[in-house]
Ligand binder design. Structure first.
Ligand code: FES
Length: 294
């Protein structure tokens, strides 16, 4: 059964990030923070795992944020309202554990990782928790869902690398200040691997700050999302192997061997660039053919 795109909008000013709302009533009914879906645009399309960034059970919709990286994400982002996606499977992955904590929770989103933070902050706040949100981006134009995050945060702090919005600096700057002043129950960080690594180093209790339980999402390292391709495997500091799509995507930040993960992080970048280039060339050739026929 194909799934209709009900809404589509571009986010930020990069021209590469889109928000899409899909009509998927059965998935919307069961979705929770932490879940993802597998999406296949057509018969020959590859499966793409995407985090459920929001859901509306009444309308039967889920929202996803998609960044154009390779051919498949470009194909999806080229779809418009009213178009259909062939397969959407989910919700998959482990939902996060929701409970009332004694002290505030710090939710940290970096770049496109801000989107999955929204649902986690929302469900935890609905459970009565105080949410302090820190959002980080390279510059103002790359900051997404600021207003939406405001609606689920008791306090919102923005950092940008260039200082074009909020504090100039990185997300761990305000995190350290908060941890110096207040007791924190939980930290959740979703964003680039390097950001999550430094959040984990800040909260692991090895410096002069107290240890705080911290979860990170390894959604970006998943490929087929089914536990079969092995792409999302990561080493723990004890030498065990886990899989983000089976054991996560949200995992204890303090067990992840980030140095090992960072070494493997960009291994498909060349192939993604190549397939995107081929797709762009095909599109240009098709446009040329259309012009010649007309
Ligand atoms: S994404 Fe393939 S095994 Fe997890």
């Amino acid at each position: 059964m194909p799934y209709e795109i009900l809404e589509k909008r571009e986010l930020g000013s990069s021209g590469a990030i889109y928000e899409m709302v899909l009509h998927t009533p059965l998935i919307a009914k069961k979705a929770h923070a932490g879940n993802f879906v597998l999406l296949r645009i057509n018969e020959t399309g590859e499966r793409i795992p995407l985090t459920i960034a929001d859901y509306n059970r009444e309308k039967g919709t889920i929202t996803m944020i998609i960044q154009v990286v390779g051919k498949s994400t470009k194909l999806i982002c080229n779809q418009n309202v009213g178009d259909q996606i062939l397969d959407v499977v989910g919700p998959l992955g482990n939902k996060i554990h929701i409970k009332k904590y004694d002290d505030p929770i710090v939710v940290i989103g970096g770049g496109i990782g801000i989107a999955p933070c929204y649902l986690q902050a929302k469900e935890l706040r609905d459970a009565g928790n105080e949410i302090i949100t820190i959002l980080g981006a390279r510059s103002r134009g790359l900051l997404i869902w600021k207003e939406k995050m405001e609606t689920v945060s008791d306090q919102l702090i923005i950092t940008t690398d260039d200082g074009s919005e909020g504090m100039k600096g990185v997300v761990t700057d305000p995190l350290k200040k908060i941890m110096q002043k207040r007791k924190i129950s939980l930290v959740i960080a979703i964003g680039p691997l390097i950001m999550m690594k430094y959040v984990a180093l800040t909260t692991n209790g090895t410096g002069d700050l107290p240890k705080v339980k911290t979860f990170v999402s390894l959604n970006t390292i998943m490929v087929d999302g089914t536990g079969m391709c092995g792409s999302c495997r990561f080493s723990t500091i004890d030498g065990d192997i886990q899989f983000a799509c089976v054991d996560g995507p949200d995992v204890d930040a303090h067990i992840v061997d980030f140095n090992n993960l960072l070494k493997r992080a960009h291994r498909f970048l060349d192939q993604e660039k190549e397939s995107l280039e081929c797709y762009n060339n095909e599109c240009r050739a098709l446009e040329q053919l259309k012009r010649e026929v007309v």
